[in-house]
Design a protein around this ligand. Structure first.
Ligand SMILES: *Cc1c(COP(=O)(O)O)cnc(C)c1O
Length: 392
């Protein structure tokens, strides 16, 4: 069988075996409804509260500030619509960036349809938002600033501390989509100065379909859904006990080794990147290489068509991506890459390699064994490449 290398951890991560073990009882014998007062219910309730503590600990929040959701997308929507709908103002304005995940971007576009003004500030060519641009965008009726922590395509880390201070001075709520950073780099809701923060279990070796929204104590939020009194009236519906337990265990795992694991995976990423740049002519890294997650590199290979490259690498056993998983299969160019000033051709020739807990030096070696020749082969049949080479 062909050796398979998975370098698409920003799309999703494998479930850690420890997380799977922790979840099992709640898919089998511990099936109680956490709202029930009997023994079965109380066991589920205790497991959920334990998970809440583990997650709170990971992001330096209080357990009562954690709301479990169905994932990152729901958390983003709950934060954005929740704040805007609760704000009692005759006119409302929101500030965000042009490199947000679709869960924030499309929620913002929906706000515009509902009559809310939204300013999308442009990230720099380095893939980082300038707080000064953000400050200039603030208006007297700004009710929310939402800027992501780590970008899912580039890995670039946004200056949340500065934005947080700015928001606090002006009494504006501040939300951050931290789906890509939680569990990979230290995330402290106090240091970052956020009022709301979204995360998702399947991006930190937990299960799919569960996540959380951190909501600072005292934040006035209108819920998305109506029903029972679960999650302190913030999110009704019988809890996904096994999923929540999985998120709790994944949080504890991430916290235990965050510095060591970040350093380990950073070495692998750096070696992969260095060797690619050295061995493949006309390749370059997109975005800032310093202010970045240790897991991610986004590289453009001039005169290569990204989709074809992903397929060719997949045939050689290497899984990577052209960017956001949700836009794979579509011909649209990445709004993140065009948002930082890449031409459509450059954006289409860009590939994201995202590493995680499961990757080893052997994975990097196996990728480097096949990648340069795949690029060469694709360029050999590229009319653009031929004419570019011919014209010198
Ligand atoms: C994956 C991702 C999401 C969506 O999370 P889901 O749990 O898959 O809904 C949101 N934002 C970012 C930055 C992501 O990477």
């Amino acid at each position: 069988m062909m050796r398979r290398v998975y370098l698409d951890n920003n799309a999703t991560t494998p479930l850690a075996p420890e997380v799977f073990e922790a979840m099992k009882p709640y898919l089998a014998e511990d099936y109680g409804n956490a709202s029930s007062i009997h023994w079965f219910g109380q066991r589920a309730k205790a497991a959920i509260e334990n998970a809440r503590e583990e997650l709170a600990h990971l992001i330096h929040a209080r357990p009562a500030e954690i709301v479990f959701t169905s994932g990152g997308t729901e958390s983003d929507n709950a934060a954005i619509f929740g704040i805007v709908e609760a704000a009692k103002r005759p006119s409302k304005h929101v500030v965000t960036s042009n490199i947000e995940h679709h869960a924030v971007l499309y929620a913002s576009r929906e706000l515009e349809k509902r009559g809310v003004r939204v300013t999308y500030i442009r990230a720099g060519a380095d893939g980082v938002v300038d707080p000064a641009d953000l400050e200039r965008a603030i208006e007297p009726d700004t009710v929310l600033i939402t800027v992501m922590h780590a970008n899912n395509e580039l890995g670039t880390i946004q200056p949340l501390e500065e934005i947080g201070l700015m928001a606090r001075e002006r009494d504006i709520y501040f939300h951050s989509d931290a789906v890509q950073s939680v569990g990979k780099i230290p995330v402290d809701v106090e240091e970052l100065g956020v009022d709301l923060l979204s995360l998702s279990a399947h991006k930190l070796n937990g299960p799919k379909g569960v996540g959380a929204l951190y909501v600072r104590k005292g934040t006035i939020l209108k819920p998305l859904l109506y029903g029972g009194h679960h999650e302190r009236d913030r999110r009704p519906g019988t809890e996904n006990t096994a999923g929540i337990v999985g998120l709790g265990r994944a949080s504890a795992l991430a916290r235990e080794g965050i510095a060591e694991e970040g350093a380990r995976v950073g070495v692998l990423r750096d070696e992969l990147e260095r060797a690619i740049l050295e061995r493949v002519p006309l390749s370059a890294v997109n975005g800032d290489r310093a202010r970045r997650l240790p897991t991610t590199t986004n590289i453009r290979f001039d005169h290569i068509e990204g989709e074809g490259f992903v397929i060719a690498l997949d045939l050689k056993g290497v899984a990577c991506s052209t960017g956001a998983a949700c836009s794979s299969g579509s011909v649209e160019v990445s709004h993140v890459l065009s948002g930082i000033g890449l031409t459509p051709a450059q954006a289409r020739s860009s590939i994201r390699f995202s590493l995680g807990r499961n990757n080893t030096p052997a994975d990097v070696a196996a990728t480097l064994d096949v990648l340069p020749e795949v690029v060469e082969r694709l360029r050999a049949v590229s009319p653009h490449y031929k004419s570019a080479v011919a014209s010198g």
